[in-house]
Design a protein around this ligand. Structure first.
Ligand code: CA
Length: 244
């Protein structure tokens, strides 16, 4: 399965080799089981502004920059263009609600896979649409020994967020000026998968949410797994099929 997926990846992107030197993880829904909290915070916050925003909306828009999502929904539902500043103020309300929710746990298998990646001599990066300082600090604390701040890409590092390739291209750059065929992207959201694929990286979908696998496959996922422990189990097989 992996062998075929890697062959297909190289053929479809026109690469003669796949030699990963970095693994770029999305944060919410990949490292942390935080999406249920985000769904509630989005719903509660947007309700205050008269915007109808369901749990499904939060999964479908996941990965995009918060301000971009808000501007889109305000335009669709209220027919007006709002400034980034206004959208940011609305996003701040969502952030405030989110901070009062219980701390999301690290998914099983995350520490294990980071250990395996480190043992393989690869660099770990995190590429998130979030820009919340407390979350970045939590990343550095939780993944001490695996992750450093200069290997994190946040909403403030790029002009154009996911589903544009920019965040992952920045991740490749920050983890050592890597080429796309030297990176692996791990994503859970359709827009995030599309960003990883648009950056021409081998993109692994971890379908931790309620959407069907096809939502990730259709956006360019090279393989789709159900949980991080599946990636742990598959890691040796990946190593056997990369070009050295
Ligand atoms: Ca995510």
């Amino acid at each position: 399965m992996i062998k075929e997926a890697i062959q297909h990846y190289k053929q479809s992107h026109g690469y003669s080799q796949f030699s990963p030197r970095c693994v770029l993880f999305d944060m919410d829904g990949v490292l942390y089981n935080s999406m249920p909290n985000h769904a509630v915070a989005w719903h509660e916050a947007m309700k205050q502004f008269g915007i109808h925003f369901t749990a499904d909306d939060s999964y479908a828009t996941e990965g995009a920059r918060g301000v971009d999502t808000i501007r889109k929904y305000v335009l669709e539902q209220q027919g007006k263009e709002i400034s980034s500043e206004e959208a940011q103020r609305m996003y701040d309300v969502k952030t405030e609600i989110f901070h009062h929710m219980p701390i999301a746990e690290i998914f099983p298998g995350v520490i294990d896979i980071m250990q395996k990646i480190k043992s393989a001599g690869m660099t770990i990066g995190v590429v998130t649409g979030s820009g919340q300082r407390p979350l970045i600090k939590r990343l550095l604390n939780d993944f001490d020994g695996f992750l450093t701040e200069d290997h994190i890409v946040t909403a403030y590092d790029v002009e154009r967020g996911k589903p544009n390739p920019d965040p992952y291209l920045m991740g490749l750059r920050k983890t050592g000026n890597n080429n796309p065929w030297q990176g692996i992207v791990v994503e859970n959201a359709p827009l995030g998968v599309r960003a990883g694929s648009a950056a021409n990286c081998f993109t692994i979908g971890i379908n931790s949410g309620p959407l069907p696998d096809s939502a990730l496959v259709d956006n360019g996922a090279d393989i789709v797994l159900q949980q991080m422990t599946d990636l742990c189990n598959m890691w040796d097989e990946i190593l056997q099929n990369i070009d050295r």
